[in-house]
Design a protein around this ligand. Sequence first.
Ligand SMILES: [Zn+2]
Length: 413
Amino acid sequence: MRLPVFSPKFTAIAALVGLINFNSVHARTATSEGDEAQITDPVEECTAYYYAPVTDALDGFPTIWQPASILSNDTEALNTWANISQSVPTNIYPHGDIYGDWNDTSYNVASDPDCWWTKSLCTTPKLSSLPADIASIPEPETMGYGFDDGPNCSHNAFYDYLLEQNQKATMFFIGSNVLDWPYEAMRAIDEGHEICAHTWSHHYMTGFSSEDAFAELYYKSCIQMKAIKLVLGVTPTCWRPPFGDVDDRIRAIAEGLGLQTIIWQYDSFDWEEQSGNITAAQVYANYDNFIAKAGNGTFDSEGSIMLTHELNNFTMQTAVTYYPKLKDAFKYLVPVGVALNKTQPYVETNYSLPTFSEYVAGTTTTNSSGSSNSTTSSGSSTSQSSSAIAALSHTMDSSLLAMIFLGIFVLAV
Ligand SMILES: [Zn+2]
């Protein structure tokens, strides 16, 4: 039996397994954000560590990497949900399951009553109370630069490179990953990247009940102290649905939590390479196609967003390889929030983003009080880009092993 190309169920599992990496036993005591950032051996980077603030708080979260539900003793969450649920439509039902299996659903894509992006690419909700998704960039000749699925444990070489380029990006972090790799998450915000939410466990959101979909976002990024807030001290106001799987029911829940929905227009399919369903060459072709469009004037009146990932060493290496080409093709590469002139990216006011004009004039970060719980600053990396790229290229990739194992399992069933 051959796996169908782009099987949603398989890709859901594949993406998740690629992220599960090392959350089992904490094998070492964490040092500090700065020390973590200095590690150049990807194997060492991805050795799980103990970080007391997270360990001490785990009882207040759903099980890491498992689909979220509201904890029965979490009265704050229950009260928040009771409040938000009043604005969530009850006539939009879950689609398929949380693994993206839609075989049993019959949905009228032509009329698209739910504005279900995954089926129709709809970004303007049918419910007039909801704002449109961010799918493009208002600034001409500009790319909204960002990466999904982090923080990745072996991202130091990639982040070193971004630091050397003075390039900031929007990082869509998964709650479970933030708790697995808190120092890596701290590095991102301390180096000026914008942090948006990417759910608790990275499943298909429209497959959840409304209450569980709320939990997926609540324990990721809500107005209470949850995963990102615990580690970074901030509460995001933006999110990206895994696999782009969003409809008006899920948008209403996100809106209730103050989260702006950010989608994309182009997909590099870098996330798919590890499944073996597409080749590296196809991913490069997708990048090349995006760059060609920038060259032929497609984005002259409105900028764009391409889906790319901090998922594994291939996706990060590809991002490094293509960065100079993107810089050449676009007039500006900026975080999405910067392109939107969203100078207050978090609920808390102690961090801010530069305006678009400030950013392109060279002010890529603004002063902040640095509210992450890190005890030391990451400082500036001393790694060189050449060593950074080399480090990416010779990493072990246990997620690949896990993929192979799981692929055999999926084939078997
Ligand atoms: Zn994702």
